[in-house]
Each structure stands twice: as structure tokens, then as C-alpha cells.
Design a protein around this ligand. Structure first.
Ligand SMILES: Cc1cc2nc3c(=O)[nH]c(=O)nc-3n(C[C@H](O)[C@H](O)[C@H](O)COP(=O)(O)OP(=O)(O)OC[C@H]3O[C@@H](n4cnc5c(N)ncnc54)[C@H](O)[C@@H]3O)c2cc1C
Length: 180
């Protein structure tokens, strides 16, 4: 019988691990992937291109739904893993569900640092880490709101470039702009 192997996180590491397991340990594990993002795993590196309007969001998926299905992977996405019960070898998932594991892999990536200053949690203060952030930033760009990017590293520059491109696409399309 296949051992239940549960992966928390449906990012790039999880997709690569499933790919490797399917090649080298086919049938040994019954794999389940639990991810809190509400979509199939995608290439996070390409979010900057999505923000800049150079790539469509659905084009950055790492594998189509059929790829996961063909490998017998149970996918639960849009679901947060909330607790690990090591004694019972059980992972708890939001909404009171739990799943048993023989092996558990945490592929949860990292989170963006939010500034520890008053106002950091206000509506309109966003991070740039996942596709939900990109959807929000695209909306702001299309509303022609003034955008301030905090952080001048590579991601900060890509975020600023993406917002600028969004603004230019809106202008070129001649669509009416919302008042600032
Ligand atoms: C815009 C952008 C551009 C980048 N460009 C580059 C680049 O050019 N080169 C480079 O090397 N790296 C780049 N990076 C970094 C790179 O994307 C990450 O190193 C990579 O995504 C890490 O993969 P991962 O699978 O470990 O984690 P992630 O891709 O972060 O995936 C982890 C997943 O786990 C989920 N998760 C976390 N906690 C839970 C939980 N409790 N329950 C369920 N799910 C959970 C997260 O929501 C996420 O979906 C970039 C990142 C961003 C945001």
C-alpha cells in the first residue's frame, strides 16, 4: 500500500518535488498537496511579468490540472494548514478537516516583511508576493491611483516597472480613467 505523503504549500518547490517523486518513486507514496493560494502552482518569478502586462496570469501555471490528476495527487488549494499533530501523524486544515501522513513536507516558502509602522495594515497597503497581490496591484494601476513602492531592491523595481506598464497600457487603450 502507498504511504501517505503530505506536502504543505503549493508553490514551486512542491511542484518540483511531486515531479521528482513521480519519476523516482512511482507508487510508493499517495501524495496530497495542501496550499493556501486559491490556484494551481505557478511560477512565482513570472509575477513581475504578469504585473507588467507581458504575460497572462494563466500562462504562468507550472503544470496543468491534468498533470496532477495523472499522477494521482490529491490537491487541496485555497486551504490553510493550521496544525501538525505529530503524535497522531495528522495535519489539520482549516474548516476542521484533517489528513493523515506518514511523511510530511513543509514547502511553505517565505512571507514578505510588512513594515512595523502605524498605518502598515491600512487598506491599499499591499505586499508583492503572490498572485492575489498582483490582482490588487493591477486594480490600483488601472484606477490610476498614485502608487508608492517601498523597497528599492529587484522586486521593488519590478513592482514599480509593472505599475508603470499598467498605466501606459491603460493610456494606450484609450479607456476612460477613474478620477484620482
Ligand atoms: C515577484 C517575484 C519575483 C521573484 N524573482 C525571482 C528570481 O528572479 N529568481 C529567484 O531565484 N527567485 C525569485 N523569487 C523568489 C522565488 O519566487 C522563491 O524563492 C520561490 O517561489 C520559492 O519557492 P517555494 O515553493 O519554496 O515557496 P513559495 O513559492 O513561496 O510557495 C510556498 C506556498 O506555500 C503556501 N503556504 C504557506 N503557508 C501555508 C499554510 N500554512 N498552509 C497552506 N499553504 C501555505 C504559500 O502561500 C505559497 O503558495 C521571486 C519572488 C517574487 C515574489
Amino acid at each position: 500500500m502507498s504511504e501517505p505523503l503530505v506536502i504543505v504549500g503549493n508553490g514551486m518547490a512542491a511542484a518540483r518535488l511531486v515531479d521528482e517523486l513521480a519519476r523516482s518513486a512511482l507508487g510508493r507514496y499517495a501524495v496530497a498537496v495542501i496550499g493556501d493560494e486559491p490556484r494551481l502552482a505557478y511560477n512565482r518569478v513570472l509575477l513581475s511579468a504578469v504585473l507588467a502586462g507581458e504575460t497572462a496570469s494563466h500562462d504562468i501555471e507550472l503544470k496543468p490540472a491534468g498533470w496532477w490528476r495523472d499522477r494521482g495527487v490529491t490537491l487541496k488549494y485555497g486551504r490553510v494548514a493550521t496544525e501538525i499533530d505529530v503524535g497522531r501523524r495528522e495535519l489539520k486544515i482549516e474548516n476542521d478537516e484533517s489528513i493523515e501522513f506518514s511523511k510530511l513536507v513543509l514547502a511553505t516558502g517565505s512571507s514578505p516583511l510588512r513594515l512595523n509602522v502605524p498605518g502598515a495594515d491600512l487598506l491599499g497597503v499591499n505586499t508583492f508576493r503572490d498572485s492575489r497581490d498582483v490582482d490588487l496591484l493591477l486594480t490600483l494601476g488601472s484606477q490610476r491611483k498614485r502608487v508608492v513602492v517601498v523597497g528599492g531592491g529587484l522586486l521593488g523595481l519590478e513592482a514599480a516597472y509593472g505599475e508603470l506598464c499598467g498605466f501606459m497600457i491603460e493610456q494606450a487603450s484609450g479607456r476612460p480613467q477613474a478620477a484620482e
